[in-house]
Design a binder for this molecule. Structure first.
Ligand SMILES: Nc1ncnc2c1ncn2[C@@H]1O[C@H](COP(=O)(O)OP(=O)(O)OP(=O)(O)O)[C@@H](O)[C@H]1O
Length: 347
């Protein structure tokens, strides 16, 4: 979270979207400023992903305005592709969103190729990105199957940042991970934001995560904004009954109350991780339970991976299968210790 002067990166003005008879979004407005994080919180089906897809240009609103960098998001063609270069994506499931047939270099460098930037020192850029996400010791010729869930999500973050986007849409990027790894990924995202001034639109159902990472919070229910304000205010003094209900249902509520009485709930830590990282074993297929120990999740898993969009603005997951890795995990992991590191190198 930065204190610098901020300009709007993305502005939504009264955006509505209907699927058949279902009003998925109803006149939603929000602004994501440079170097800031806006958390979008709501239960399953509230319209969070639809909102993200509209910002990314993957879905068109029925009405309302989407401005990216102060200009209307182009509706199609070359100009839409160019606009998408300024938007990265990190999805929930790092097992489903990395194609097991591609090397680390191909995966992380995919946005560079998609936007014709590979010739401008693509391999060096990949190495730089790996370093920045705490995977500096990893071979770019390795495959995703060699890595743990947290390491894979670091690769996803590196890929999202490859084309130097102004905005990264993080769609439940930690909810498939063990709590201890969640905290590492959140720290990494914050470190990268501090060094790059990148903005995040952070989609989650988990107010603990929002409390940890967001400057502003938008609470949505049934496609409508129920509450919008600073993370500190919304979580510390919720005005809407729905926000209060979400807070009441929140694991770690006792910690939150302690944070409230201390006056700095928005700065408080994610609830202490359990002892066991309990990550999914290397090479296990997507959809396999992660083995999180009882009591460790910070929220209810939403099964989002089934509904996770497979297309990304930069073509990052074009062709990404949601199926099983192909056994490329054979061989020695090349950089598991990287999980401990939070790379903060400026990019
Ligand atoms: N392409 C689509 N066609 C029809 N209905 C859709 C489509 N996309 C979303 N919806 C519906 O719109 C509503 C909002 O969906 P959305 O995925 O945006 O919610 P969400 O808050 O992201 O939920 P979750 O956390 O479960 O993914 C849901 O009722 C969903 O079924």
């Amino acid at each position: 979270m930065s204190t610098q002067v901020r300009t709007p990166i993305v502005e939504l003005d009264a955006v509505s979207k209907r699927f058949g008879t279902h009003q998925a979004l109803h006149e939603v407005s929000l602004t994501v400023a440079s170097g800031s994080t806006v958390g979008v919180v709501g239960e399953s089906g509230s319209g969070k992903s639809t909102l993200a897809r509209i910002v990314a240009g993957l879905e068109r609103p029925d009405s309302g305005m989407v401005l990216v960098g102060g200009k209307p998001l182009p509706r199609r063609g070359r100009r839409l592709r160019e606009a998408r270069r300024g938007i990265g994506f990190v999805f929930q499931d790092p097992y489903a969103s990395l194609d097991p047939r591609f090397t680390v270099e191909q995966i992380v460098g995919e946005p560079l190729r998609a936007h014709g930037l590979w010739r401008e020192g693509g391999r060096e850029r990949v190495l730089e990105l790996l370093d920045a996400v705490g995977m500096g010791g990893v071979s770019p010729d390795g495959y995703p199957g060699e890595f743990s869930g947290g390491q894979r999500q670091r690769l996803c973050v590196a890929r999202a940042l490859a084309a130097r986007p102004d905005l990264v849409i993080c769609d439940e990027p930690t909810s498939a991970l063990d709590v201890s790894v969640q905290a590492q990924i959140l720290n990494l995202l914050q470190d990268l934001q501090d060094s790059l001034q990148v903005s995040y639109l952070f989609i989650t159902h988990d107010l603990n995560v929002v409390r940890r990472i967001a400057d502003e919070v938008v609470v949505v229910r049934d496609g409508r904004v129920r509450e919008h304000g600073s993370a500190r205010r919304v979580i510390g003094e919720p005005r809407d009954p729905y926000t209060r209900a979400l807070l009441d249902a929140m694991p770690g509520r006792a910690l939150l109350d302690a944070g409230r009485s201390g006056g700095s709930a928005a700065d408080g830590p994610v609830p202490a991780p359990s002892a066991s990282p309990a990550e999914r074993p290397v090479g296990k297929p997507a959809g396999t339970p992660t083995g999180r120990s009882a009591g460790t999740p910070t929220g209810t898993p939403t099964g989002r991976s089934a509904g996770t969009p497979t297309g990304t603005p930069t073509g990052q997951s074009a062709g990404t299968p949601t199926g099983t890795p192909t056994g490329q995990s054979a061989g020695t992991p090349t950089g598991r210790s990287a999980e401990k590191s939070t790379g903060t190198a400026a990019l």
